[in-house]
Design a protein around this ligand. Structure first.
Ligand code: NAD
Length: 251
């Protein structure tokens, strides 16, 4: 499939575990991909690897907690008439703990990265999409933003805000031919998850056993959903959040 030929795609947190799979998927389908991440080494390595595979990718070091940096990044892409066809607000971070074990700093950072960055990014990207006649925005929420798992109040509440933000944005800008949707993944097999498991003495098999489908998700499966939502095949999907969980209930 070459659904994104001549399309420019921005992926925040593009150097992360799921972000990298999203970048690779869009590049494999013909897009020019911007990997946006503060992990410069990983972003540079990923974009070089995509280019070596024949794709088109580059990276930018943009701290998403800095509204000015977001504005400068978008201006640099679009000032000479460049388009942004697809924006994936994928970056996110998790600070663990129930209320009394969570610092005000961790609460605030969770909202800065998981929610405020989407506000600032969309405020500068939506005018670009309006001017070019449309576009697609995909926000990464989490299953825990819909059905909270205990002990993660900052993460879960911020991801619930991503769900609400997505539904609102979708309604407000659908008349401008801007399709906004979100995804709500369950557990995804990433290196970070595997190292956390190793620390807690549990195995991937323990986690797989909790999923009715028999296993947790793979980053490539999340990327496939994002690519579908960004494609014309999802033309009437707008203002909604799709759960991708292997039918797992939150325990
Ligand atoms: N991994 C899972 O099981 C899972 C499940 C549900 C939802 N999610 C969500 O999917 C998204 C991607 O998760 P992941 O597992 O790939 O995470 P990850 O930690 O591997 O990647 C996140 C990336 O975002 C970047 N980032 C963080 N703060 C930033 C900032 N201020 N400015 C610029 N870049 C910044 C990091 O450098 C990192 O590369 C997140 O929004 C996460 O909440 C993940």
């Amino acid at each position: 499939m070459n659904r994104f030929e001549n399309k420019t795609v921005v992926v925040t947190g593009g150097a992360g575990d799921i972000g990298a799979a999203i970048c690779r998927r869009f590049a494999a389908e013909g897009a020019k991909v911007w990997v946006v991440d503060t992990n410069v080494e990983a972003a540079e390595e990923l974009s070089a690897a995509i280019r070596a595979e024949g794709g088109n990718a580059d990276f930018r070091n943009v701290n998403l907690t800095d509204a000015k940096a977001i504005g400068s990044f978008v201006t640099s892409l679009t000032e000479d008439g460049g388009q942004i066809d697809v924006l994936c607000n994928n970056a996110g971070l998790m600070r663990r703990g129930p209320l009394l074990e969570l610092s005000p700093e961790d609460w605030s950072l969770s909202f800065k990265v998981n929610v405020d960055a989407l506000f600032h990014m969309c405020r500068v990207v939506i005018p670009v999409m309006q001017a070019q006649g449309g576009g697609v925005i995909i926000n990464t929420a989490s299953q825990w933003g819909l059905h909270p798992a205990p002990g993660h109040i900052a993460y879960n509440t911020s991801k619930a805000a991503v769900v609400a933000f997505t539904e609102n944005l979708g309604r407000d800008y659908a008349p401008d031919n801007i399709r906004v949707n979100g995804i709500a993944p369950g557990e995804v097999r990433t290196p970070m998850l595997e190292s956390n498991l190793a620390r807690s003495g549990r195995s991937i098999d323990d986690l797989n056993a909790l999923v009715p489908y028999g296993r947790i998700g793979e980053p490539e499966e999340i990327a496939a959903l994002v690519a579908f939502l960004a494609s014309d095949e999802a033309g009437y999907l707008c203002g909604t959040v799709v759960e991708i969980t292997g039918a797992q209930a939150v325990a």
